[in-house]
Design a binder for this molecule. Structure first.
Ligand code: AMP
Length: 214
């Protein structure tokens, strides 16, 4: 099963991706996570990526496509994968289709998570993440038990640099102009399912599973 999770920042892609990946035993491929790791390594590429990410802009297509192409050659993707945060442009989607065609695969389903803008801004401003294990928290609805300490691994819980108000505004604009056209792209190829991301984590997950198994 080859799946894509589509949706604006703060729609719950990361949270749902972890659950889908565990239930269906699929590698979770998040381009955002790959880039954050590269930035932490402090390489020249990391420095370049940081510039785009802290502005809330997209990393250039050719860089992202090369990284995903490489990742899809790893043996753990043999029986399927779950893409989170990729593709984000029509050019990326076309490149992905071409790449999959070469290896005799295609996208089984694209889950589009829908959340309104007011909720996104609320979620992102209170979102916190563990810098060690990536666990996600929300100061309003699900804060860590001990302030700034991860429940899972006792790592430090911080606000993502790109979750500040200005960058969030830009990320939403970028989503509207560059990523949302993918909804039509995947509707036309008959693989899109829309899922209401405003419900509880468990309800959203149940609806995603129903869409996958349909
Ligand atoms: P995310 O964690 O998915 O919200 O991604 C964080 C940031 O990484 C984005 O705001 C972009 O700067 C960059 N990024 C992640 N995935 C992509 C992609 N598919 N194309 C371009 N930039 C990306």
């Amino acid at each position: 099963m080859n799946l894509i999770l589509l949706g604006p920042p703060g729609a719950g892609k990361g949270t749902q991706a972890k659950k889908i990946s565990a239930k269906y035993n699929l590698p979770h491929i998040s381009t955002g996570d790959i880039f954050r790791e590269t930035v932490q390594n402090g390489s020249d590429l990391g420095k370049k990526l940081q510039g785009f990410m802290s502005a809330g802009a997209l990393v250039p297509d050719e860089v992202v496509i090369a990284i995903v192409r490489e990742r899809l050659t790893k043996p753990d993707t043999k029986n399927g994968f779950l893409l989170d945060g990729f593709p984000r442009t029509i050019a990326q989607a076309i490149a992905l289709d071409k790449e999959l065609e070469k290896i005799g695969k295609k996208i089984s389903r694209v889950i589009s998570l829908t959340v309104n803008e007011e909720e996104i801004v609320k979620r992102l401003s209170s979102r916190r993440v563990c810098i060690s294990c990536g666990a996600a928290y929300n100061l309003m609805t699900q804060p860590p038990k001990k302030e700034s300490i991860c429940n899972e691994c006792h790592g430090q819980v911080i606000q993502r640099a790109d979750d500040n108000a200005d960058t969030v505004r830009n990320r939403l604009k970028v989503y509207d102009t560059q990523t949302s056209p993918l909804i039509e792209y995947y509707t036309n190829s008959g693989v899109l399912s829309s899922v209401d991301g405003m419900k509880t984590v468990e309800e959203v997950f149940k609806n995603i599973c129903a869409a996958i198994e349909k």
